[in-house]
Design a protein around this ligand. Sequence first.
Ligand code: CP
Ligand code: NVA
Length: 333
Amino acid sequence: MVSLKGRNFLTLKDFTPEEIQYLIDFSAYLKDKKKKGIPVDEFKNKNIALIFEKTSTRTRCSFEVAAHDLGMGSTYLDPSGSQIGKKESIADTARVLGRMYDGIEYRGFGQEIVEELAKYAGVPVWNGLTNEYHPTQMIADLLTIWEYKGKLKGLKLVYMGDARYNMGNSLMIACSKMGIDFVACTNKKYFPNQELVNQCKEYAKASGSVITLTENVEEGTKDADVIYTDVWVSMGEPDSVWEERIKDLTPYQVNKKAMDNAKPDAIFMHCLPAFHDLNTKIGAEINKKFGITEMEVTNQVFESKASVVFDEAENRMHSIKAVMAATLGMEMK
Ligand code: CP
Ligand code: NVA
């Protein structure tokens, strides 16, 4: 019997495949209840704090809606609205918030910050994205893959783009733990770091999956079940890297050719937000500067039937609800 009561949720490295599967199943269970209009609100006297040192649409809204559905109150601390790091250390903040709240979400920079928060808070801490990892996104993604493919084991997921950052790292961990073959298909400057690759190869050995790093798009995308990408420049990175990223990563754009090389029923995934047209401020600026109209994914693929990005976005809410419910002590019935 899996119990995650009192646990932090900082990276999937800390969770067994059985625990990860439990969170996927719990997410599906809560999604079903929500769709049927059956309330699951057993945390009526609890409150959570949401610390965002970087901006967000999906993660913030997911935590707020999920907390409300579970009967909890929530407080949002925006990137400028708290003392954190400027006037008050992480350890002190953790000890203050831990006295008032039953759980704390943190989105920000280094993983060591969320770890420090967890060390001192005395209540569960949930990582809402750091430079290194994005674990709540993983439960939503695995749930989405499960919904479309009916299984995880034996599938092939290809990640194209900056595979050294939070999304590439997290997908490699999630796939290797759950028996999904993982391919980082990108310029070798953007391969995940070797230490993490070695660690994931150990997970892969146990789950029976394979990790491949390749610069060859044809080989990388061949017979893929899932093609995944993310923005080429992440939050917190300087604008000065755009030119180099565009040059290095354009060959790894998810376009029709890449999708056609995958399995006929392959799905396209993206954690979002995505640059697939000119309807964003940054998209328009990049267009003016570099003349391109799309970046990590073409509009054609983004809008195609293979694209499951909005199911994925919805699943953020159900899976974040499951992570909170499980770590706050609810058991799936
Ligand atoms: N995918 C994701 O984390 O989205 P937000 O940045 O909008 O939270
Ligand atoms: N790699 C992206 C993910 C956004 C959800 C970033 O960190 O900005």
